[in-house]
Design a protein around this ligand. Sequence first.
Ligand SMILES: *Cc1c(COP(=O)(O)O)cnc(C)c1O
Length: 454
Amino acid sequence: MSEIPYKIYLTENELPTHWHNIRAVMPEQPDPMLHPGTMKPCVKEDLLPLFCEGVVEQEMNSTDEFIEIPREIRDFYKMYRPSPLVRAYCLEKELGTPAKLYYKFEGNNTSGSHKLNSAAAQTYYAKKQGVTHLTTETGAGQWGTALAMSCVFFGVDLTVYMVKISSEQKPYRKICMETYGAKVVPSPSDTTDSGRKILAENPGTGGSLGCAISEAIETAVKTPNCRYVLGSVLNHVLLHQSVIGQETKAACDMYGIAPDVIIGCAGGGSNLGGLISPFMADKLRGKNNIEFIAVEPASCPSLTRGRYAYDFGDTARTTPLMRMYTMGSGFIPSPNHAGGLRYHGMSPILSKLYHDGHIKAKSYVQSEVFEEAVRFARAEGTLPAPESAHAIKAAVDEALRCKETGEARTILFGLSGTGYFDLAAYDSFNRKTMTDHVPTDAELEKGFETLVKV
Ligand SMILES: *Cc1c(COP(=O)(O)O)cnc(C)c1O
């Protein structure tokens, strides 16, 4: 075997033709989504008023292991995929570890993260169905930007409800979305009943993701030919993100790379779920013994300290109920947390795999995460997203452990995005004004009290 290059790029022709659906391989299925009114398992018809038909079918599909990626989506992917699998030679040297480090980098597109993989797919299915308008919410802005890019490409109108405080703190994100033709509405706004209600109760509020979701859902339901789209957590989003894992697996197979550990950051679970999908299938079939690690912030620790329970996907308590690891939909993460991954719940697929012992989880406070983000940027040249830096931190810890024991393990991690849009957080780290918050058990208890009794 020749030496592994710094960057392994598949060619355009080697781009995966199929997404990988891990549910078809899981020995036990995640518990079904429940209708919040009837508390009965959701059927397709429950979801169709809100979501596009193509993705509802995928959401419900637990039998087909491979689902063909339509040609139009593959053509869109060709604008920025395949993404590189990078051998972190420079970081290995910096750490002095015998371990081999690899990362799959999803930040090489203007939206700056893996979210474009699902945005493209969801927009394509909207267009195919004759939907003319999509709505969504965005906090930090990565998802809104990705969707703006895919909507203008496929010719679908887009309204993004952006948490007001974020739209003020991140004006460049807003400008970026507008440049791609999206309408960006700071939320809460006076354009919806739910927005007006929140404004009447809290005139000065900076908004929240929960509030932006309510506005996006209300507009989707009230506007003809309009649907709502979500950028993480749901089964179909993990399916679309499996393009990351499919490419990674192909690159590994091509060069005889056999990971011992695969690590990813987990907010709602989509980049990690997508990265591990085909590797997990092999593990469940007894073909490998890879250790899978989900990494989350200590300030929002759904896997490591949450409950495995039925909960709403949003703070406004309007979505179907999902059984997942959750802090409770009423949990409000500490505002000092800059490092992303602030979602209260976790993908039901990853939750089930974790519950059944197929995945491990770790958490770190943000200052230790940023320390590794800076070391990584200086060694490897790439400025990581704060979310992705959680995975870097866990990978470095493992590499340093290998240094102690002399093990030459192969560690692969997902670098889900670029840090260009998070310079304010880097600034706060550099100026040593960044603080850490780990919620107390009593604070967590308050979140758990908002769980529904099923
Ligand atoms: C949104 C985002 C995440 C978290 O979402 P997942 O669904 O857990 O992948 C992680 N990294 C980046 C760069 C993101 O934009």
